[in-house]
Design a protein. Structure first.
Length: 218
């Protein structure tokens, strides 16, 4: 899963990145301008949004996202603890509101709930022939047996599976694995694709010349 953390506090941001990177791919920005730029360029799946930011209020951006039809989960993280603040955040379009300070385990639990809910809107299980993906548990099954993969290959296969047979561009896959401006070697993605083909079968991941890769049902 690819999360965008919008938090201007340096100490809290560092702590949250350390916590979240054990479970998700995370990009951290400290201003709304950077958040807008990153959101426009990457396939973000959940936003953790502070409200009081140096260049504006997070609620304004949230309202803009909803007015443009973006439905991805947004979890507000704010020190504003009054009932009116929480109601305003939820009415503006937030899916959840967590008051600072909070316990790390509670944050992780709320993220899991939102991601489960988002995945459930599409399909509880994605079937691609002998390969099945369970979004709730992030578990793959191949021929009805659990498929264990290294973290990067697990993440890569998840993105391909969630595309449900559609072609995924090299740029999107690289962003999902390494983030923007990562400087990853041009052959790194192909190494992971090759490793997945060894596990799944060479014909299960197609190279679509000039476009990207597609996971197919066999």
């Amino acid at each position: 899963m690819y999360l965008l953390l919008v938090e201007d506090d340096l100490a809290l941001g560092n702590a949250l990145v350390k916590l979240l990177k054990a479970h998700y791919r995370v990009e951290w920005v400290r201003q709304l301008a950077a958040a807008r730029a990153h959101f426009a360029a990457a396939e973000i799946e959940l936003i953790l949004l502070d409200l009081g930011l140096p260049d504006g209020d997070g609620l304004g951006w949230l309202q803009q996202l909803r007015s443009q039809g973006h439905e991805l989960p947004v979890l507000i993280l704010s020190a504003r603890d009054q009932l009116d603040d929480r109601v305003q955040g939820l009415d503006t379009g937030a899916d959840d509101y967590l008051v600072k300070p909070f316990e790390p385990d509670e944050l992780l639990a709320r993220i899991r709930v939102l991601l489960r809910r988002q995945a459930g809107q599409a399909s509880p299980v994605i079937h691609l022939g002998a390969l099945s993906f369970y979004p709730d548990s992030q578990q793959f099954m191949l021929h009805d047996r659990p498929l264990t993969l290294p973290p990067k290959e697990q993440q890569l296969l998840r993105v391909l599976a969630m595309a449900r047979g559609q072609t995924v561009s090299r740029e999107r896959l690289t962003q999902q694995l390494y983030g923007m401006g990562n400087g990853a070697d041009s052959n790194t993605l192909e190494v992971h694709i090759h490793a997945l083909r060894r596990q799944l079968g060479k014909d299960r991941i197609l190279t679509i010349r000039g476009q990207g890769y597609r996971l197919v049902a066999l």
